[in-house]
Write a protein that binds this ligand. Structure first.
Ligand code: F6R
Length: 244
């Protein structure tokens, strides 16, 4: 559990600058391989565009993941599992159909709020995350923990900000179709992972990356909490690193 002391302790984040997201995917894959070889059992997974090159490397690899557990960060509220834009569908299409895991956990977007939160917190408690994969929002959210979310919050239902709805509308027919709420693992659970890899590509992430690494640790910049973790690797391209 995160204590006040841990929240004050600062660590340097390990930053790797790559030429493009394909190289980023290869670097991340090397780190995932190393962790799995060293006995990692539980992978925390993210959706969105940033981890796709990593998932491509994983799906094209010889590595067997069928002894591992995966726990995803989030899911849109109101979307059934088989909805084309659900994170269940995303994970199946990008990874699980090629590389089945022993067990995969993703929040149930149709679940009763209270029950689903309890269930997901129990999952995270039962399977402590060895390696967490993250992307970052343009507003520095991690998971769907938007600016202002308390660092000590566990799984909850989050109202998505206008910036997130705007960023995600590219996947939906219209902005009205973008769900307004998501179930998200909380920041407290994310930072309890033993090891974290965060990937970000493109100029639109530069501000968030700069604030996360060099700014104050504040709930207004959710990813800034990673400065308190002792094993974080940030993989960015030159554009995302341009404000460092
Ligand atoms: C997705 C998630 C989000 C994304 C973030 C960046 O599971 O938790 O925090 O990682 O919105 O998304 P992309 O990679 O699409 O820019």
């Amino acid at each position: 559990m995160m204590s006040d002391k841990q929240l004050q302790e600062k660590h340097d984040l390990n930053v790797i600058i790559v030429d493009d997201k394909e190289e980023g995917g290869r670097k991340a894959f090397e780190l995932v391989e190393e962790a799995v070889q060293n006995g990692a059992q539980v992978l925390g997974l993210a959706t969105g565009s940033s981890p796709v090159p990593l998932y491509n490397e994983m799906k094209n690899s010889e590595t067997d993941y069928s002894h591992l557990i995966s726990i995803n960060l989030d899911e849109y509220v109101g979307l059934p599992e088989d909805h084309p834009q659900s994170y269940h569908t995303f994970m199946y299409e990008h990874l699980f159909q090629y590389k089945p895991f022993k067990k995969t956990f993703i929040p149930n977007g149709l679940g009763d709020e209270e029950e689903e939160i309890k269930r997901y917190n129990r999952v995270i408690e039962e399977y402590p995350i060895d390696l967490q994969i993250l992307g970052i929002g343009t507003n520095a959210h991690i998971g769907f923990n938007e600016p202002g979310t308390p660092f000590l919050q566990e799984t909850h239902m989050e109202k998505l900000t206008d910036a997130t709805i705007e960023a995600n509308k590219r996947y939906f027919e219209s902005e009205e179709d973008v769900p307004k709420y998501a179930f998200s693992m909380g920041i407290k659970s994310i930072v309890s992972a033993k090891k974290i890899i965060l990937m970000a590509y493109g100029e639109q992430k530069a501000e968030a990356i700069s604030k996360m690494i060099n700014g104050p640790i504040t709930e207004e910049v959710p990813a800034s909490i990673l400065q308190t973790h002792d094993d974080v690797t940030i993989i960015v391209d030159k554009a995302a690193a341009s404000k460092l």
